[in-house]
Design a protein around this ligand. Structure first.
Ligand code: SAM
Ligand code: SF4
Ligand code: SF4
Length: 353
C-alpha cells in the first residue's frame, strides 16, 4: 500500500453503511478568540498540551495518507484556525497535493482582514465565515468579545481580494437571532455570499443547549417565506450537509438541519484534531490516535492501514441517534462540563465544526 502514482485509480473506501471516505476537516488549533454561546459558553477551558499539537509537516503528511484513500475535500477549522501562526505555510503544503480538489477554511472572521490576501496567494480555494448577527451589541452578547467590526472587515477583504464561493454560516437560535434571518439573507446578497443557517446542535461543548432554543429548519423556512413568498428546494445529488433553497428573486441559501433532520446516511466527513486524533463522527466518544504512530516512525502503510480499518468499521450516525432519544423525552445536552474538562477532545472547538 505504498504511495500510489498520481492518476492511478483510487480505491473507494466505504464504511459499514457504504459511505465513502471523502471529506476531512483539519482542526489546526483548539484555541479561540471568541466564546460563542453555542460552542464555548464556559469561563474556563482545558487546552490540548502544546507539545502534542501536530506540526504543519505532520498535518500535511497525515492528510496525504487520507487523500490516497479517497479524501479530496479538506477544510481547515478549529478552534479559530487563524490563531495558528503562519497558516499560509500549511495551505501551500496542502496545495502541493494534487489529490485535494477543494481546500476551504472556516473562520470566525476576526483576524481575516489581515490574513485573507496571504491565504489567497497561498492557493486557498474557498472561505466560510461564521456570522450569527449583524448587530454589534448582540455579537458581543453572543461571543463575549467586541470584535464585530473586524468580522465585517474580514468579509469585505475576502470580497475585494476576489475569492469565489464565499459562504456565511449562521447558527439560528430561538430568542437570540431568529429575528435576523431576513437581514442576514439581504446582507449575503450584498457581499455575494450564500448564507447557510445551521440548527443549534447538542454537540460536546454546547453546555447551554436545550431543544427549546433550536430554531428548526421548518421555522427558518416559515420565517423566510413570510418575507419572500414561495421558497423552492433545490434538488441536487450531494453529500454536502446543507439542503439548498431558492427564493423567488433567484437568491439561494442553505439550511443545515442536523438537529431535526439528520443526514448521517450520506455523511462522508471525518475530523482530525490539532493533536492528531481522528474522529469519525462529530458525536463520537473516542478518536483514533494517528499522532502516536506517526511520531513513532510507523510506515505509510501502517498508518494507511489504521485509517482504512477505522473507516471500514465506521458505524457512526451520531445525530440520528440523538434524534431517536426524543421519542423517550430524554434529549438534553450531550456532555457535562466536568467530563469536558477531563477530555477536551470531546469539545466541538477541539474537533472542528
Ligand atoms: N472558529 C471557527 C468558526 O467559528 O467559524 C471554526 C470552528 S467552529 C467550531 C465551526 C462551526 O461550528 C461554526 O460555524 C459554528 O457556528 C459551528 N458550531 C459550533 N457549535 C455549534 C453548535 N452547538 N451548533 C451548531 N453549530 C455549531
Ligand atoms: Fe465560536 Fe468558532 Fe470559537 Fe466555537 S470555535 S467559540 S464557533 S468562533
Ligand atoms: Fe456525520 Fe456524525 Fe454528523 Fe451524522 S452526526 S452527519 S455521522 S458527523
Amino acid at each position: 500500500m505504498s504511495a500510489l502514482p498520481l492518476g492511478s485509480e483510487l480505491p473507494v473506501v466505504t464504511d459499514t453503511f457504504g459511505r465513502p471516505l471523502k471529506s476531512l476537516r483539519l482542526s489546526v488549533t483548539d484555541r479561540c478568540n471568541l466564546r460563542c454561546k453555542y460552542c464555548m459558553p464556559e469561563e474556563e477551558y482545558t487546552w490540548l498540551p502544546r507539545e502534542t499539537l501536530l506540526s504543519f509537516e505532520e498535518m500535511s503528511a497525515l492528510t496525504g495518507f487520507f487523500t490516497e484513500l479517497g479524501v479530496d475535500k479538506v477544510r481547515l477549522t478549529g478552534g479559530e484556525p487563524l490563531l495558528r501562526r503562519n497558516l499560509p505555510t500549511l495551505i501551500r503544503l496542502l496545495r502541493q497535493n494534487p489529490r485535494i480538489k477543494d481546500l476551504a477554511l472556516t473562520t470566525n472572521g476576526v483576524l481575516l482582514a489581515e490574513q485573507a490576501q496571504a491565504f489567497y496567494d497561498a492557493g486557498l480555494h474557498r472561505v466560510t465565515v461564521s456570522l450569527d448577527t449583524l448587530r454589534p451589541d448582540r455579537f458581543q452578547a453572543l461571543t463575549r468579545r467586541d470584535t464585530f467590526r473586524q468580522v465585517i472587515e474580514g468579509i469585505e477583504a475576502v470580497l475585494r481580494i476576489g475569492f469565489k464561493g464565499l459562504k456565511l454560516d449562521t447558527v439560528a437560535m430561538r430568542g437570540y437571532n431568529d429575528d435576523e434571518l431576513v437581514d442576514l439573507i439581504e446582507y449575503g446578497k450584498r457581499v455575494h455570499a450564500e448564507v447557510r443557517f445551521i440548527e443549534y446542535m447538542d454537540v460536546g461543548g454546547a453546555t447551554d443547549w436545550s431543544m427549546d432554543k433550536v430554531f428548526s429548519r421548518d421555522a427558518i423556512l416559515h420565517t423566510l417565506s413570510q418575507r419572500y413568498g414561495r421558497i423552492e428546494p433545490i434538488i441536487e445529488e450531494s453529500s454536502a450537509p446543507a439542503q439548498r433553497f431558492l427564493l423567488p428573486d433567484g437568491t439561494t441559501f442553505g439550511i443545515i438541519a442536523s438537529t431535526t433532520t439528520p443526514f448521517c446516511a450520506t455523511c462522508d466527513r471525518s475530523r482530525l484534531t490539532a493533536d492528531g486524533l481522528w474522529y469519525l463522527c462529530l458525536y463520537a466518544k473516542d478518536g483514533i490516535d494517528l499522532r502516536q504512530p506517526l511520531r513513532a516512525g510507523a510506515s505509510q502503510d501502517e498508518i494507511k492501514s489504521r485509517i482504512l480499518a477505522g473507516w471500514r468499521a465506521r458505524k457512526d450516525r451520531g445525530a440520528e441517534e440523538r434524534k431517536e432519544l426524543e421519542q423517550f423525552g430524554v434529549r438534553e445536552k450531550l456532555i457535562e462540563v466536568t467530563k469536558l474538562r477531563e477530555d477536551p477532545h470531546l469539545e466541538m472547538h477541539a474537533r472542528g465544526g
